[in-house]
Design a protein around this ligand. Structure first.
Ligand code: SF4
Length: 711
């Protein structure tokens, strides 16, 4: 029963980028229940199965990292040490490596699970103290193609729509996304809108007939990786049928004429051959989109996790620019962020290819501005390593030390054999982690015990650019500390060794001070929320950026971007930017005839460090399986539950088979969640490919050529 100190804390669900408001009911330092915050505008009182089960993931004996640990050599077992000793060791070892090998021998691999304040501190430590741009995040696996797509076309990394648009669109094009599993509350909001407005047309583009297809009026089960050809064909049809908005194109865009020439060859018949869907269905999709009063696109990993992820994003955005379907209610190309704070990390610039406030590390003026705002002389020029390159650098011995925070690369990165070889060869691996069963801990020399939801305070930004306060409901167990505190404690000690005057750069008296410094860095930028503070968020509730202060701020002004048709591109015009159609990086062959794609299950989250703790969640899918079309099961003489060998060019796993007629023949599906902590071998990502998009550096987790044989 709740004691005298029973309290309700309003916070945010720690799972997906929907960013649902929750109420944490706690007493005597324990979370009792979690329910929806009815006042949060993003979820409007709704939660999904994961959000509703949050309380069951908090208190589990043996599941947490409770103290710092250290081993002086790989042949030793780690021993528990005091936090102060851990901070000193981290500073001493990092200083030694910087002095011996230079600052670029150090890298930081952080996470979309971090709060914006955590991100801001890590980014400042990497660039302003250590002097390297080697900081990247697991968001590289999630939305970096969306970032490059938005920047190349619209001029800024900013989703232009908002969740209210789900109810206002006449046509909703869902491409490479399964919101029924990955963003369930948005799916619920869309389902309610479709029930209220049955004339709304929903088109789903996905090689699988996912649960999201329950809402689809038209499902285009395209061959994996052929999205650009589909979008080019849709645009070509709209041009031929007079459905593009010539006036909008002329007044607000540039580059349409050459694109129009290039898409000429993508006739419905040509697209049918490439995409494997009937030409008449492509024509129907184009007509529904082009004739809609308002057309909205929702997209996620099916476009982003691709060796042509940027081209897929821009080809989809072209449909909106050519028809003027942007900047109005119910319109816009709306990228759904996977993680709870991938957006905040983009704002804080904690990626190798970004700087704070949507600035560019390759731009000398931007570097100078950020250096001035941080109070240092300069920032490093040498381009930083993105996620996969950090681990490749470790494998080759060019990067000596990596500090990993709130992410589990020994499960989640593709091509695990290379990742594990990289971690084994590193001179120093610091792992800042909350959960004791994270696979990456096996490679840690130094472990820093991290606090986690619901023990941390700060802010996150969700997919609709809404900044919300995350609030601690209970104190962390053992020696666990919020991520920013661990980072600052080491940064101050490291500064005393390599640049003593910089120690003061990491003297913050709390999360609000970090946010204030971070928010100031957005002044004058497209996302400007320089006037926003924790205090205002506590008073006014979650707010979208850009944020303009005033006695009565107009929420409609921030709800949608580009309402005036002016884009942040210098000349105000959006750009058509054709990356061209390219097939998947790893074609199928006689030896590897199947297209293997990985993705989410409804009730699990990423590498399951948290979601596996609640049995109500594990019931939905208790073990990893390989899903196969019935014709492929017959061809391989395989029945349900038979063990099969799934092989790619990188590895082999033995898994039970499951027949699934929602797949196209020749396609297989593998849930992404299981790592070596939960199954034999190196986990699901032993099989996946590290081929990547040349601009976004995002790996093609959605496609590998594979074979399946009875074990
Ligand atoms: Fe949490 Fe996402 Fe579910 Fe909302 S939709 S409750 S943010 S997992």
């Amino acid at each position: 029963a709740a004691g005298d100190d029973a309290r309700v804390t309003r916070s945010i669900c720690c799972y997906c980028g929907t960013g649902c408001g929750v109420r944490i009911h706690s007493s005597a330092g324990r979370v009792l229940t979690v329910d929806a915050d009815p006042l949060h505008p993003s979820n409007q009182g709704l939660l999904c199965s994961k959000g509703r089960a949050l309380a069951g993931t908090v208190h589990h004996d043996g599941s947490r990292v409770l103290s710092a640990q250290w081993r002086g050599s790989r042949s030793e077992r780690r021993r528990d040490i005091a936090l102060d000793e851990a901070y000193d060791i981290a500073a001493r070892e990092l200083a030694r490596i910087i002095e011996t090998h230079g600052p670029n021998a150090v890298a930081f691999y952080v996470s979309g699970q971090l709060l914006t304040e955590d991100y801001a501190v890590f980014n400042k430590m990497a660039r302003a103290l250590v002097g390297t741009n080697n900081i990247d995040t697991n968001s590289r696996l999630c939305m970096s193609s969306a970032v490059t797509g938005y920047k190349l076309t619209l001029g800024a990394d900013a989703p232009p729509a908002c969740y209210d648009d789900l109810a206002l669109a006449d046509t909703v094009l869902i491409a490479g996304a399964n919101p029924a599993f990955a963003h369930p509350v948005l799916y619920q909001r869309l389902a309610a809108a479709k029930a209220a407005r049955p004339d709304m047309k929903v088109i789903v583009v996905d090689p699988r007939r996912t649960d999201t297809c329950a809402l689809a009026d038209l499902h285009l089960p395209i061959l994996a990786g052929s999205d650009v050809a589909l979008f080019h064909a849709m645009l070509n049809i709209m041009v031929w049928d007079g459905l593009v908005d010539d006036d909008y194109i002329a007044r607000h865009t540039a580059g349409f004429a050459p694109l129009k020439q290039r898409i000429h060859e993508f006739t419905p018949g040509a697209a049918e051959n490439i995409c494997g869907v009937p030409a008449q269905d492509i024509v129907k999709a184009a007509h529904w989109f082009g004739r809609a009063g308002s057309a909205l696109s929702l997209y996620a990993m099916g476009l982003n996790q691709s060796s042509s992820g940027t081209a897929k994003n821009t080809a989809l955005i072209h449909l909106h620019l050519a028809t003027g379907q942007i900047g109005r209610p119910g319109t816009g190309p709306f990228s759904l962020t996977g993680q709870p704070n991938a957006m905040g990390g983009r704002e804080a610039g904690a990626m190798a290819t970004l700087l704070p406030g949507h600035r560019d590390p390759g731009n000398a003026a931007h570097r100078h501005e950020v250096a001035r705002l941080w109070g240092v002389d300069s920032l490093p020029e040498l381009p930083g390593r993105t996620a996969l390159d950090i681990f490749e650098g470790l494998r080759q011995g060019r990067v000596k030390a990596v500090w990993i925070a709130a992410t589990n690369p020994a499960q989640s990165l593709p091509d695990q054999a290379r990742v594990r070889a990289a971690l084994s060869r590193a001179e120093l691996v610091i792992v800042q982690e909350a959960f004791s069963h994270a696979e990456t801990l096996a490679y840690a020399d130094l472990v820093l015990p991290a606090a986690t939801w619901p023990e941390k305070s700060g802010t996150v930004t969700n997919s609709e650019r809404r900044i919300s306060r995350v609030r601690a409901a209970i104190t962390p167990p053992g020696d666990a500390r919020p991520d920013w505190q661990l980072a600052c404690a080491v940064a101050r000690r490291l500064a005393r060794r390599i640049a003593p005057w910089k120690a003061a750069l990491f003297d913050y008296d709390g999360e609000a001070a970090i946010f204030a410094e971070h928010a100031r860095m957005t002044a004058g930028q497209d996302l400007d929320y320089s006037a926003l503070t924790h205090e205002i968020l506590d008073r006014d509730g979650p707010l979208q950026w850009p944020y303009k202060p005033g006695k009565a701020p107009d929420p409609a002004a921030s709800a949608r971007l580009y309402q005036d048709g002016v884009f942040p591109t210098g000349d105000g015009r959006a750009r058509f930017h054709d990356g061209g159609y390219a097939p998947v990086a790893e074609p199928v062959s006689a030896q590897y005839p199947l297209r293997l794609t990985s993705g989410r299950m409804r009730d699990q989250w990423h590498s399951m460090t948290r979601s596996s703790l609640e049995t109500a969640l594990t019931r939905h899918a208790e073990e990893p399986r390989i899903y196969l079309h019935p014709s492929d099961m017959r061809r391989g003489r395989v029945s349900d539950d038979d063990l099969v060998r799934v092989r790619t060019r990188r590895g082999v796993l033995v898994l039970p088979a499951r027949q699934d007629d929602a797949l196209r023949p020749g396609h297989t599906f593998l849930p992404m969640h299981w790592g070596s902590a939960f199954m034999a071998g190196d986990g699901i990502n032993a099989l996946t490919s590290s081929a990547r998009d040349p601009l976004s550096h995002q790996p093609e987790l959605k496609h590998s050529a594979a074979s399946v044989q009875a074990a």
